[in-house]
Design a protein around this ligand. Structure first.
Ligand SMILES: C[S@@+](CC[C@H](N)C(=O)[O-])C[C@H]1O[C@@H](n2cnc3c(N)ncnc32)[C@H](O)[C@@H]1O
Length: 240
């Protein structure tokens, strides 16, 4: 075991994984997977010279990543998620393979999809050291686990160590997009980001954080929050 591996507190696997999903993890994931062993290099990752590279941390079931990468075909995306069932769900959205009837060894992307998504299926903190300075134009952290109890506060993803890493891998002028529906996490983001000197909040009016930016694709947790009566907020910070 790598003793330098950071401790992860969420779930890595669900109780069950359907046949088509494990088929996708075995046969399609290797085609789009980042193994985390080598330093990231745009030319090796993608066949296309994309205008921008974006990172989504903790993409969950992949609804946002699948949607935004379909909308922005001129952008290369790196999605990171620990939860294997979520990774498999994203692969299903990318390939259209939903059940055993669609399982085919020559599995490929849906015809109208650009080949612009690469996946790291482990803890993003393990990838940080392999990412060159200023690699990303934009980073999404959408509805991160809020860890609302005080005794779990040090598990929250927005913390000084992770912000230091995000500031390094985001280019100057790049955007850090954070969304949350949890009142404690809203306050936590405001307080932690206010104390940080690498980012500036782009909000111009007090209403800005109530609305998602243009071209927004809803996430699973966002839909769940709205259905259950909670109000999401959207923070946009610019790297100085
Ligand atoms: C509350 S869910 C939100 C999922 C998705 N963004 C959404 O809005 O539907 C948070 C996700 O972040 C993932 N996650 C938490 N910490 C992570 C880390 N260090 N590296 C990669 N994924 C992480 C979890 O596995 C979980 O799927």
């Amino acid at each position: 075991m790598d003793i330098s591996a950071p401790k992860f507190f969420g779930r890595r696997k669900g109780r069950t994984i359907r046949k088509a999903k494990s088929f996708l993890l075995e046969h399609f994931l290797p085609q789009v997977q980042i193994d985390g062993a080598a330093e990231l290099d745009k030319k090796h990752l993608f066949d296309t010279d994309f205008d921008e590279i974006h990172l989504e941390i903790g993409f969950g079931d992949g609804a946002h990543l699948a949607g935004i990468s379909a909308l922005k075909k001129n952008v290369g995306f790196i999605g990171v998620e620990v939860f294997q069932n979520g990774v498999a769900h994203l692969l299903s959205l990318m390939t259209g393979v939903k059940d055993a009837a669609h399982m085919d060894e020559n599995i490929s992307l849906l015809v109208d999809r650009a080949d612009n998504v690469r996946i790291f299926d482990d803890d993003v903190r393990l990838l940080f050291q392999k990412i060159p300075d200023g690699f990303f134009d934009k980073i999404y952290l959408l509805f991160p686990d809020p860890w609302p109890k005080k005794r779990h506060a040090d598990r929250r993803f927005i913390n000084p160590d992770n912000l230091k890493a995000l500031a390094r891998i985001l280019k100057s002028g790049g955007i850090l997009q954070i969304a949350t529906d949890h009142p404690i996490y809203k306050r936590h983001v405001l307080r932690t980001m206010h104390a940080n000197n690498d980012f500036v909040w782009t909000a111009k009016t007090s209403n800005d954080w109530r609305y998602p930016p243009q071209d927004w694709v809803e996430t699973k947790y966002q839909k769940k929050a709205v259905k259950e009566g909670r109000t999401p907020v959207f923070f946009e910070y610019r790297r100085l």
